[in-house]
Design a protein around this ligand. Structure first.
Ligand SMILES: [Ca+2]
Ligand SMILES: [Ca+2]
Ligand SMILES: [Ca+2]
Length: 260
């Protein structure tokens, strides 16, 4: 039997705590209020499964009851089931492709915890929240907020390992002020957060973050989209140990396409 058709199964979702964006089906407010009275039901076991806000709040989580798919949860939703008394098993699983809100964009794919497996960095293009999935192949092992940067002029422009600890870091550039900022990362934690330079001419774009001098630390390659000048920062963590012109390629039809 398809569990969705079970007559005793009620799937309700909280309507009174809706976030700004719609995330999946929700029950009317009166159903919500009724469910939260927690009235006993004769000859039935009642399960109330609440998912709070916070944690992996962008993610749809599929719920199983006794091995059968009984729907999904989103932040601020609940399920209520009336089932036969006895022993039951509830499972939950989340998939990578289950982010329902297109405000979230993938802005990085470094290996932030240094386990040899690439991870996923998200930035919300409306709220400025930055979020990280630590990955094991296609499975999310950790899903947690990194920081909130509400000024949307900040963009993530690099994911190199600038201090050479084997963990990818996060390089920012502000499109208005030209400030460049580095998070040295330890997994989902920001170990160091510091300005590295200010380059007010926003014609300068970061076009590469390979390790150009082979010291195990990523460097920063710049190209000026107005003049065609190119420069390189050799980096040691948040310190620029060398800042030099590379060449000038005035013709803007030339673009760096394989920067690492
Ligand atoms: Ca990793
Ligand atoms: Ca690093
Ligand atoms: Ca280097």
């Amino acid at each position: 039997m398809n569990p969705r058709t079970l007559p005793t199964l009620l799937i309700l979702a909280l309507a009174t705590l809706l976030p700004a964006c719609a995330l999946g089906p929700r029950a009317p407010a009166e159903k919500d209020a009724e469910a939260r009275l927690f009235r006993p039901v004769s000859d039935k076991a009642v399960i109330y499964l609440l998912r709070e806000y916070g944690d992996i709040y962008t993610l749809e989580v599929k719920v199983g009851l006794d091995g059968k798919d009984v729907g999904s949860t989103w932040p601020g939703t609940y399920h209520r089931w009336e089932i036969e008394p006895g022993e039951h098993t509830i499972t939950a699983s989340a998939g990578v492709g289950a982010v329902p809100n297109t405000d979230w964009q993938i802005v990085g794919s470094g290996d932030y915890d240094g386990d040899g497996k690439s991870d996923v960095l998200w930035r919300n293009s409306v709220t400025g929240t930055n979020w990280m999935y630590l990955m094991n192949g296609g499975t999310i092992t950790t899903s947690v907020g990194v920081s909130v940067t509400p000024d949307l002029n900040w963009a993530i422009v690099g994911n190199g390992d600038y201090d050479g600890d084997g963990k990818s870091d996060i390089l920012w550039r502000n499109a208005v002020t030209g400030t460049n900022w580095l998070y040295l990362m330890n997994g989902t934690s920001i170990a160091t957060s510091a300005s590295i330079s200010v380059l007010p001419d926003t014609s300068w774009k970061i076009v590469g973050d390979g390790d150009y001098n082979g010291d195990g630390k990523a460097d920063v390659l710049w190209r000026n989209t107005a003049t065609g000048a190119n420069r390189m920062y050799l980096m040691d963590g948040t310190s620029i140990i060398s800042n030099s012109a590379v060449s000038t390629v005035t013709d803007q039809n030339w673009q760096i396409v394989n920067p690492n």
